[in-house]
Design a binder for this molecule. Sequence first.
Ligand code: AMP
Length: 867
Amino acid sequence: MRTYQVCNVMEAYQNNWLRTSWIPRDGAHRIYIEIKFTLRDCNSLPGVPGTCKETFNIYYYESNNNNLWYIKESQYIKIDTIAADESFTQVDVGDRVMKLNTEVRDIGSLTKKGFYLAFQDVGACIALVSVRVYYKKCPLTIRNLAEFPDRVTEGDSSLVEVRGSCVNNSEEYDVPKMHCSADGGWLVPIGRCVCKPGYEEKRDACQPCRPGFYKASSMDAYCMKCPPHSYSHQESSSQCTCEKSYFRAETDPRAMPCTRPPTAPENPISTTNETSITLEWSPPRDSGGRNDIMYNIRCKRCVGDPRKCSLCGNGLHFIPHQFGLTYTKVLVTNLLPHTNYTFDLEALNGVSELSPSPKQYVSINVTTSQAAEAAVNVMLKERKSKDSITLAWQGPDHANGVIVEYEVIYYEKNQKDQNYTVLKTKSNSMTVDGLKPGTIYVFRVRAHTSGGHGTYGGEIELETSQEVRLPGSRTYVHPHTYEDPNQAVRDFAKEIDASCIRIERVIGAGEFGEVCSGRLKLPGKREIYVAIKSLKAGYSEKQRRDFLSEASIMGQFDNPNIIRLEGVVTKCKPVMIITEYMENGSLDSFLRKRDGQFTVIQLVGMLRGIASGMKYLSDMNYIHRDLAARNILVNSNFVCKVSDFGLSRVLEDDPEAAYTTRLGGKIPIRWTAPEAIAYRKFTSASDVWSYGIVMWEVMSYGERPYWEMSNQDVIKAIDEGYRLPAPMDCPAVLHQLMLDCWQKARGDRPKFGQIVNILDKLIRNPSCLKTLANDAAWSGNSLQDPCTPDSSAITTVDEWLDGIKMGQYKENFASAGYATLDTVVYINSSDLCRIGVTLVGHQKRILWSIQNLHTMASQMHGTHIQV
Ligand code: AMP
């Protein structure tokens, strides 16, 4: 082992220097120096003077010159004094136990082309074994089919956004970006590339589809086998060609088999009723492989000689139509009495027009008898309540005889076969009672003349109104529902005499003026500490109203986790709102000041309080819209209370609120649920999303959600399924709860009541908090832990489908080529249709679950699922 050593411990005033040659900086901003050395314990050297040292110093000197032969001592910058963790004595050496020390130091913000390192010994017994100089970079990687080049990290701790370039035969779906962190790791992938049509993703590359396979769109994940009656002879086909006499309609999905026109309808029969005829038939023997069969009817009139026929013309009435029928039955009216007709019935499907061969048809001959009686009626108007509908109509234009009465037939939509009702009236209107609320009914009316019944008029669908919801026992009243907003203040806030208040000091700045702390002494009550918000002078009437709206909202709440209103001062100036005093101020700055100082149980206790306050608000039908750690206040007992209830606050007051492009108005993007950002769908479920962000803020001691990503990137990343990773030392159950709050479908998020219950269970059973999100890492051992969700148990497509009770589609997925879990993550609803999952409810369930797979995959660092 070659070493540099010095051991002049017997002589005082040592100043020995060792200098490296010039080391090029190579574009790095921060350099790490790893030193391995051994150091002799001064006490172990007999007779050594007190000047013996157990440390040495390291220095650097930045320079563009790579060939300096002399650098003055004073020009060096000191990096550190290095002491040994392990020194050794003579005995150690005898035993051959050499204690090697390793120390790492770093220097940042280098700017010149290179530098020299120097080691100064001031009287130690030391051997320098190795010096390794290095910097960190995020290594070249391929993620989401985009290649990210080697990237040297920045000197400070910021994330650097790097743009990736799509691999061969792929194209950008959304600009691929990742963030290179200071310690050389890639974080927060957003955007992705997708394989072009004709290519599929395999091992981070796009491979051509084999002959016999195809991929139609870059949005499809994988090449699929050519469907029946089609072929592809070449590699990288984006579609398959139909075999001879088979066709593909323009709107047919590429995965559908090629099809052909149907044969003719079969077994036509007719029933004659005077001058009306009902025709019925059976579907064609061969549908051509499609289910979009329709029927056309052509009519010929044959007077005398059946071979001398002419077309029937426009006078006939076909119910429901003559062309494009989807049922195998039609009623033909307005026929001439005592006449022979021939009807040709032909079947068509979506590819009939593409086939050059003539369409096949079947004919039926019919003869009519005497004239018809009453004609069809028409409905005119409606009036609805929750259990009745009023109809009115005009009589038929040409009633054959005097109208005796009308018959109204009605049934619940889609329930005709089970139950229908017939009512009679002599008038031209009728109120039908006893209906179910919020239900669609179908009505038809016919006239009855002395000559018999007319035909029923067309169907009309009408819906009864919804049942009126009885208000809950206590519901929040919006101050805007008051004509006079001052009345709302009088109803909900107590007027306090200004002489009872003593203002002591300014503690913050609100939207309308200063916030101070002070004391309130009401007659007959003990003195309490209060916060006092005042309205600055020169306000407009609207500002006064908006300022006091916070009091008329807050005054309606009474809960230990909601900031309590003591009262208002409106009779003299300045106008003030008095609330309980929260000694520790807002939660975000409180946590930042006490980074790492609480136990997990304490943090869960704070979260429980916030959830309980929010449950109270949501039970009162109040939607907060700006739930964030900055809007939670903390008292001296660390009790957290929800605050900030002003009407204008989300729009004006919150510096986090950014303009959103489409609908105007300001929204605190990082805290807000995607549906609230996209189309202002603010609900208690969107408050739950924000609550998930607050959980993250709390568990990370006030870290900024999504760090310094831009608002636009946050919106995009969320849309693509990215969710915030677990903060350091965060229990897995808590991160899972956050992920549940960030479900894309708002119906899938937990309710505040459920959140309170979950947190209560955790507080009662703290062992559940032991498994940390970052070391559980979905690694399968979490299965034994009853507290950890077991999504990790799912490893195959079949298990996944069984898990979401969609096992009936296993075959569909398998035969469409979705063999492993990582292949299903790109599936969209049109893919589902194509592979035969046509029920919308089932599609929804599967897509929700895929959304979860995304989240799961984004937590699975180092496994093979790439989203
Ligand atoms: P606000 O206008 O409600 O956002 O209040 C501005 C700032 O004043 C807050 O961020 C708090 O730091 C402080 N503050 C407001 N209300 C209270 C209170 N009840 N107790 C203590 N500090 C308060």
